[in-house]
Design a protein around this ligand. Sequence first.
Ligand code: SER
Length: 325
Amino acid sequence: MSKRDMKRILVTGAVGQIGSELTMALRERYGNDNVLATGRKTKPSKTLLDSGPFEFIDICKRETVEKVVDEYDIDTIYNMAAILSATGEERPLLCWDVNINGMYNILEIAHERDLTRVFVPSSIAVFGPETPQDNTPQETVLKPKTMYGVTKVAGELLGDYYFKRFGLDIRGVRYPGIISSETHPGGGTTDYAVEIFYEAIKNKKYTCFVKKDTVLPMMYIPDCIKGTIELMDTDISKLKHHCDFNLTAMSFSAGELAEEIKKHIPEFKCEYKPDFRQAIADTWPKTIDDSAARKEWGWKTDYDLAVMTKDMLEKLGKRHEEGNL
Ligand code: SER
């Protein structure tokens, strides 16, 4: 195998909600030593540390990224480091710095070293109140009202620019809210759809920070990881889009999610006390048209609300019994 065929992967944000599970999936596929996990300051889990290399870097400090890219002879980067929507409203400058300046560093490093491929996630946060909220089209109005959304629109455009201008093979999807049981999400508006499971298992009650009838597009983490890796595997000649694929798996209201949990835990009670995150959720789509992803790289989902709920409760229930939640 020539060196160029080999995958030497860097995952930034590897301690985060998606990065932690993506790293393990990539390690399984490409070999533990070929996938470098990195984080900024959060302590990595034992699973992450014991299974392969880990380094602390800061994508806003270019030299820290350059050092590991050179040292580990990296050819592919998954840039999962980001500040999400709710934290972004509390710390807009930090959000800009990490999501834009950090991403710019990644692109420049990839371009200068002629890396094989880069993945940079986008989000449903690119949409805003002027966007059609039902079956939101692939090509539509992008006028977000959060700093996070602003950085994600700019990130999509920047990525597409690097592809057209410099031929950098960069890809990305607009993730919906991601539901997972390994690592907590941090600072997002869709976090309620994860917290509700932990609270249902631990306390049989949850106070939800969006209204009962709030509907958002969501996805279970196995679908998220599968989709991410599949997009990165696709022959580039098949792709018409690059950094901005709409992607979804299911849409439900907070109330419908609570009802689904009740089917398994009948005594579960959910209250609704909307906070500032309601206003963010209100500007995002309810359902998404992801036909471009289906057509261009064969995207399809495995998990709906019922199957995801059952699996989440089983996984978290087991950890709770082990005293590990
Ligand atoms: N889960 C993200 C957030 O809520 C959306 O991309 O900020």
